[in-house]
Design a protein around this ligand. Structure first.
Ligand SMILES: Nc1c(NC[C@H](O)[C@H](O)[C@H](O)CO)[nH]c(=O)[nH]c1=O
Ligand SMILES: CC(=O)[C@@H](O)COP(=O)(O)O
Length: 162
């Protein structure tokens, strides 16, 4: 599996990570699976600060579930001047196909919001078969998708400087 070859928080071999200084970021976090999404959030916030973002330029909002990440991102971009949005959530397969509908809706919805506003909206959503896979990707053996999402946002806001 691809993840087995990659730690989500290892950027040692990555291209240089540009500065986040001067850019404003929104972070939308889903409450569902809060022990996981809180870990994603802490990593994303810490990474933005590590790469130069100012605390006053990071705006955090909580939504009930991952399905609401799309509307959360839309509301922020419609009402605030932000350079990028990071959406953080954790969807874990249950007994029914509800998982599929949420995952597909969020992935497509976030993409549509990004295109509508011509702004980076980062898909920092874990979509796992079970709790352990989520733990492994929220600060466990496969790193933290919150780190990955933050670095992606920093790279994207600097895109036009390339
Ligand atoms: N089962 C999970 C959910 N379900 C809730 C939905 O995201 C949504 O809030 C509800 O359908 C009302 O619109 N959300 C997650 O983030 N993770 C899950 O595992
Ligand atoms: C992804 C979900 O919504 C899931 O946790 C709900 O569980 P179930 O499919 O058993 O209703």
């Amino acid at each position: 599996m691809a993840t087995q070859l990659k730690n989500l928080s290892d950027f040692s071999s990555a291209t240089e990570i540009p500065s986040a200084a001067g850019y404003s970021f929104g972070i939308v976090v889903a409450e569902w699976n809060a022990e996981i999404t809180n870990a994603l959030y802490k990593a994303a916030y810490s990474s933005l600060i590590k790469y130069g973002a100012h605390a006053g330029d990071i705006h955090t909002y909580v939504v009930p579930g991952s399905f609401e990440l799309t509307s959360g991102a839309e509301l922020l971009l419609k009402n605030m001047k932000l350079d990028a949005i990071i959406c953080l959530g954790c969807v874990i397969q249950g007994e029914t196909r509800h998982f599929d509908f949420i995952c597909n809706a969020v992935a497509n919805g976030i993409s549509n919001v990004a295109i509508k506003h011509s702004k980076p909206v980062i898909f920092g959503v874990l979509t796992t078969d079970n709790q352990q896979q989520a733990i492994d990707r929220a600060g466990g053996r496969h790193g933290n998708k919150g780190d990955e999402a933050a670095v992606t946002a920093v790279k994207m806001v600097n895109l036009l400087k390339q």
